[in-house]
Design a protein around this ligand. Structure first.
Ligand code: PAF
Length: 293
């Protein structure tokens, strides 16, 4: 079995065919190894590598997946131009001590074609917020994560908390379908100026990149107002939207939700999450801030 060592001989193994991956994982499981999965769409940055590090503390074997999942992109979205950097990604994964990479083709994941694929849908939350702006997005995410679970059968799966709604939906899907995977969230990795790391930051011009820091700044100031017992949620959200517009963003949504149910927060709720998505230039950025009162 390949394990990371410092003498330069460690080599991450890459699989593109499910049949080969399954045979390899069967062997590892027979040896009693535990497996942690980090699902990605590639174009990796330090945020992804943080997930790999976290995964390596939770299991013997870390497997990353790189698959730009067509099912979670709507018409007119950035599926075609989503950056593909497989060679660089492999080097980064290997340097981070990732043991295995599964990088399947569309055909390997959706053998009957995306239009004939059985779909997994988590009710209630899938059509809110990002699900309103991106109809079908979370059905695509839940479906591919469910498929990756059954392909890999990991003990643990690590997902970033930047995609708060996604993580919530994946947790519910895992529970609802009684899937024996421990879902672990990993804190958002940020640039020094607060902007959350995201593959989509690459779409920003230098000027937009500077302006983009407003997103986290507004989340923080909203969190501060909530801590100071301002419970006029609609007014706080409208104020935040105006500040973002001043910084050059176009609106998508800005909401204060119950951190556990994701439904809009009600006065008296103590565990809140401020969720935001906004457009700047060619990018749609999302971020969030949890607030415990
Ligand atoms: O967060 C992502 O990159 C994707 O939504 C995921 C979880 C890899 C599913 O395609």
């Amino acid at each position: 079995m390949a394990l990371p060592v410092d003498d330069g001989t460690f080599s991450m193994q890459t699989f593109t065919k499910l049949i080969d991956l399954r045979a390899h994982l069967r062997d590892l499981r027979r040896q009693g190894k535990t497996i942690a999965m980090v699902a990605t769409m590639g174009n990796l940055h330090d945020g992804h590598l943080e997930l790999i590090h976290k995964a390596s503390t939770l299991a013997d074997i870390v497997i990353a997946t790189i698959f730009v999942n067509p099912l979670q992109f709507g018409t007119g979205e950035d599926l075609e131009k989503y950056p593909k950097t497989l060679n660089e990604d492999k080097q980064q994964l290997q340097a981070a001590g990732c043991h295995l990479l599964f990088a399947p083709t569309d055909k390997e994941v959706y053998p009957h074609g995306r239009d004939n694929q059985t779909i997994v849908e988590v009710p209630a939350t899938s059509n809110l917020y990002c699900g309103t702006s991106r109809p079908g997005h979370f059905q695509g995410v839940a479906t591919v994560v469910c498929k990756l679970y059954s392909m890999i059968q990991p003990d643990t799966a690590v997902f970033g908390e930047k995609d708060y709604q996604q993580l919530h939906i994946i947790r519910q899907m895992t529970q609802d379908l009684s899937i024996d995977v421990n879902v672990v969230g990993s804190p958002t990795k940020r640039n020094a100026d607060g902007l959350a790391l995201s593959s989509r930051n690459g779409y920003l011009t230098a000027d937009e990149r500077q302006r983009a820091t407003a997103l986290y700044a507004v989340l923080q100031s909203t969190a501060k107002s909530l801590q100071h017992e301002n419970a006029d949620f609609p007014q706080l959200c409208e104020q935040a939207q105006l500040t973002l517009e001043d910084a050059g963003f176009k609106r998508d949504y800005f909401v204060i939700a119950n951190a556990n149910t994701l439904m809009l927060a009600q006065p008296g709720d103590k565990q809140l999450v401020v969720l935001a998505a906004a457009y700047i230039g060619a990018a749609r950025l999302i971020d969030n801030k949890v607030v415990n009162l």
